[in-house]
Design a protein around this ligand. Structure first.
Ligand SMILES: Nc1ncnc2c1ncn2[C@@H]1O[C@H](COP(=O)(O)OP(=O)(O)OP(=O)(O)O)[C@@H](O)[C@H]1O
Length: 532
């Protein structure tokens, strides 16, 4: 079968989907069976000899040039290359295949579209795919590492270690700790289990301290789900369960590692303000809820995205050093001092910077705007009366407005990326309908279903969309053509296309509008059969 001539997608967009007929043909005789197959509302034309491959389709040509590949599609009109490309999905995912349009094809006329236009932005897609891959990571059950871990703890299974440091002795908590991703058998979602090894909880009431933390829902705090004791590891362990953020890292791993030659120490000012604002907001919520963070240190600040930071490991100190909440005011004051120290360390790129404050402040005065130093001085200053995080918030208000503006802009960007995938979702739903209708085996030979009327048209339409071949008989695998056809079908435009029978003996002219009606009637018939 050869592709009938067709109007290019961009031309149709420009013309507002104005209809277009297909080329003339001379008379041709159809078999009686074929005559019966055609619904009455469809025009017929004969003599397929007139039909060459479409010649006005710049869009298709552009798509061919801008060939790309991912695990499910191959976009090419070049049959030679199509034969050389592997067809099966590649494992593991080949991220480098998600390349942006090359310069020589990205400079296209305004009415042309590269394939990237139809899908989520490449970096975002790659990030989401990597995160999804990380969320599904499991240990090979035959490895000694997997065999040394319990197969199930409480309601969690499929433990996967997240901590790659050999030294498990946490400087922060003073006990050996280990961190695992695990799947909850209650909801099938991944969570983080933080195990405090060899810890015996002496007071049952200490467990109640987790309740206040479970109520905290804040974008700057890793949510605490529950805590429990277990002997599943062969010792007395205390386990805290937190939300899981795939591929996250810590401020410590980002900024307190040996620098590349020539790199400047310290966090760039824009990122530093973003961290200050997010942490201030988290502290505000905790302090207003009668809690204290107690873990304001770089290894316990989880970086879960670009400039997104969250307080991690909340609630642990309240349980392992349980005091019934007696000292919370003092701990809140400590939070502010520790926050000031954290800013100094981040700005100087060194954990030791707080030990020589005058020198560090001098460095900060040179490298950052005076506002950074002012916040540090407010947080670190010694006063007889209590300090409040509100004082910090008042001081940094203009920065908060800038941060809110950046967050809104990023939100707009993500929404526009989401909109593209919404369109793709629409196309997938249409494809599902077509898949449900086409060539159902249980209706095989049923004269009321498969080879007659609406279903026959849809079968030919499927060939038109997916099974085209070029002049040499090689398959045309072009997602641009598929999207063009499906979008026109979904819109039900008046444009008419020529469908050809598989034996190439007859052609039918039908509009997308009529095809849409065929889908709707066939699908509702199918739905009636499913739900009599
Ligand atoms: N909630 C979480 N979601 C996803 N990953 C996490 C989460 N919490 C921790 N991690 C991962 O686990 C790793 C280890 O966390 P941990 O808090 O033990 O850091 P650390 O630098 O090893 O600190 P310590 O010195 O206390 O052991 C982190 O680098 C992070 O990648």
């Amino acid at each position: 079968m050869r592709p009938p001539s067709s109007l290019s997608y961009e031309e149709n967009l420009i013309n507002g989907f104005n209809g277009m007929g297909v080329g003339n043909s001379s008379q041709f005789q159809m078999s009686q069976q074929q005559q019966q197959q055609i619904p009455p509302h469809v025009d017929r034309i004969m003599n397929p000899g007139n039909m060459g491959p479409g010649n006005g389709s710049n869009f298709f040509q552009t798509m061919g040039q801008n060939r790309s590949s991912d695990d499910s599609f191959r976009y090419t009109t070049d049959s030679h290359n199509a034969q050389q490309l592997p067809i099966a999905p590649l494992q593991p995912l080949q991220y480098h295949l998600y390349t942006p349009p090359l310069p020589h094809v990205s400079n296209m006329p305004a009415h042309h579209r590269a394939i990237h236009h139809f899908f989520m932005e490449d970096n975002l897609r790659e990030t989401l795919q990597r995160q999804s891959e990380a969320s599904r990571q499991i240990l090979d059950p035959n490895t000694p590492e997997a065999q040394s871990l319990p197969s199930e703890i409480h309601i969690y299974h499929s433990l996967y270690p997240l901590d790659d440091k050999p030294d498990r002795h946490s400087k922060v908590f003073g006990f050996p700790t280990s961190v695992y991703k695990a799947i909850s058998s209650m909801d099938g979602k991944p969570y983080v289990l933080r195990r405090i090894e060899g810890f015996r909880l002496l007071s049952e009431t200490a467990m109640t301290s987790i309740e206040g933390w479970r109520r905290i829902k804040h974008a700057g705090v890793v949510s605490v789900r529950e805590a429990f004791t277990t002997k599943a590891f062969g010792d007395n362990s205390l386990v805290f369960v937190y939300d899981y953020f795939p591929l996250s890292t810590t401020l410590s791993a980002m900024y307190f590692v040996p620098l590349r030659a020539g790199a400047k120490p310290g966090v760039p000012e824009k990122s530093l303000w973003s961290y200050i604002i997010q942490i201030s907001s988290a502290i505000k919520t905790l302090h207003s809820s009668g809690l204290a963070a107690r873990i304001l240190e770089p290894s316990k600040l989880l970086v879960t995205g670009k400039n997104r930071v969250r307080l991690n490991c909340c609630g642990i100190f309240d349980m392992i050093n349980y005091d019934g909440g007696k000292n919370v005011i003092q701990f809140q004051q400590d939070d502010l001092v520790n926050f000031g120290r954290l800013i100094v360390a981040l700005a100087c790129g060194s954990l030791a910077a707080v030990h020589n404050l005058p020198k560090s402040l001098e460095y900060i005065s040179r490298q950052y705007t005076p506002d950074v130093k002012n916040v540090i001085l407010l947080l670190l200053s010694k006063r007889s009366n209590y300090k409040s995080i509100d004082e910090v918030l008042n001081m940094i208000m203009p920065k908060i407005l800038q941060e809110a503006n950046s967050a809104y802009s990023y939100n707009d960007l993500l929404e526009s990326e989401l909109a593209k995938e919404t369109e793709n979702g629409r196309v997938v739903r249409l494809l599902c309908k077509l898949g449900f209708i086409n060539e159902r085996p249980e209706f095989d030979m049923d004269p009321a279903w498969s080879e007659t009327g609406d279903r026959y048209l849809l079968k030919l339409f499927r060939d038109y969309v997916f099974h085209q071949v070029d002049e040499l008989g090689n398959p045309v695998v072009d997602v641009g053509h598929v999207l063009q056809c499906l979008n026109k079908l979904d819109a039900g435009v008046d444009e008419r296309i020529m469908l050809m029978s598989r034996d190439e003996q007859s052609c039918l002219i039908v509009s997308y509008k009529e095809l849409k009606q065929c889908i709707e009637s066939s699908f509702s018939m199918l739905s009636r059969e499913t739900n009599p």
